[in-house]
Design a protein around this ligand. Structure first.
Ligand SMILES: Nc1ncnc2c1ncn2[C@@H]1O[C@H](COP(=O)(O)OP(=O)(O)OP(=O)(O)O)[C@@H](O)[C@H]1O
Ligand SMILES: [Mg+2]
Length: 229
C-alpha cells in the first residue's frame, strides 16, 4: 500500500555540502503492517517520513500510496490524499497555537470531511482520552507540556481514520507509562481500521510491538522480521 521505487534524496543548498541522505531502490509495506523505523540521529528518518507523506519531493524516484504515484499528481491532489488517508505525527508537534487541544483534533476532520459532522466532537474527545488527555481538551498548546503537545499530535493524526499512520518519534518526550498509552492508541486505532503503521523510534522497548523492523543506515534501508516476543 506504500511503496518506494528508486527513491533517493540529496539535500543541496548554498553554503552546505550536498549530501545524499536516502538511496532506496525498492521498498514497500503491506496494508495493515506495523513497522518500526530505526536509525541514528541524522540518518534520514524524518526525511523518509516527509517523502512518504507527500510533503517532500524526492530528488529522484516515486512513492506510491495505494498505487497512486504521489509525485506525479498535482500538489493539490497530493494534499487531498494526505488529508484523507495519511495521519502524520510530526517529530515537532505542529499544533495550531491559537486553538484548543480539542479544536486541533477537530481541524483535520473539518478539512477532510470524511467523518460525519455529528460524530466529530465525540470522536475528538475519545481520541484525547485515548492518549491520556481527557482533562486537557480546552488547553491551548502553550498551556500543555511538550509530551502533552506530542500526544495531541497523535490524537490529531488519528482523527480521520487514516489508512496509513506515520509517527516520527511519537514517544521520544514521554515516560514509560505515557509512551505505552500512545503506542496502544496508535496500534489499536490502526488495527481497528486495518491501517498501516510506521513508527520511527530509538526506543528498544518498542521493538516487541512490531512485526517488521526497518533500519536506516548510510542512506540504505534494510528490513527484517521481528522475532516474536
Ligand atoms: N532542509 C534540509 N537541508 C539540508 N539538509 C537537511 C535538511 N533536512 C535534513 N537535512 C540533513 O539530512 C540528514 C537527515 O536528517 P533527518 O531529519 O531526516 O534525520 P533523522 O533521522 O530524522 O534525525 P533525528 O533522529 O535527529 O530526528 C541530516 O544530516 C540533516 O542535516
Ligand atoms: Mg527526525
Amino acid at each position: 500500500m506504500l511503496r518506494f521505487e528508486s527513491v533517493s534524496h540529496t539535500y543541496s543548498a548554498r553554503g552546505i555540502e550536498a549530501r545524499t541522505v536516502l538511496n532506496i531502490p525498492a521498498w514497500s509495506l503491506m496494508r495493515g503492517t506495523h513497522a518500526l523505523l530505526r536509525g541514528v540521529s541524522g540518518s534520514g528518518k524524518t526525511t523518509f517520513f516527509n517523502i512518504a507523506a507527500g510533503l517532500l519531493r524526492p530528488t529522484s524516484g516515486e512513492v506510491y500510496l495505494e498505487d497512486q504515484p504521489l509525485y506525479r499528481l498535482s500538489e493539490a491532489a497530493r494534499d487531498r490524499i494526505r488529508s484523507a488517508k495519511v495521519g502524520y505525527v510530526f517529530q515537532t508537534h505542529h499544533l495550531m497555537p491559537g486553538f484548543t487541544a480539542l479544536e486541533n483534533v477537530l481541524m483535520p476532520m473539518m478539512f477532510a470531511q470524511e467523518i460525519p459532522t455529528a460524530l466529530r466532537r465525540a470522536r475528538a474527545h475519545d481520541l484525547l482520552g485515548a492518549v491520556g488527555l481527557a482533562n486537557y481538551a480546552r488547553h491551548r498548546p502553550h498551556q500543555l507540556s511538550a509530551g502533552q503537545r506530542l500526544r495531541v499530535g497523535v490524537a490529531r493524526a488519528l482523527a480521520n481514520e487514516p489508512l496509513i499512520v506515520l509517527a516520527d518519534e511519537p514517544t521520544a518526550a514521554l515516560d514509560a507509562a505515557s509512551s505505552a498509552l500512545v503506542m496502544e492508541a496508535l496500534q489499536t486505532t490502526c488495527r481497528a481500521n486495518n491501517a498501516t503503521l510506521l513508527v520511527a523510534s530509538h526506543d528498544p522497548a518498542l521493538v516487541v510491538r512490531f512485526s517488521v523492523i526497518c533500519d536506516l543506515h548510510d542512506g540504505h534501508l534494510t528490513e527484517s522480521e521481528s522475532a516474536p516476543a
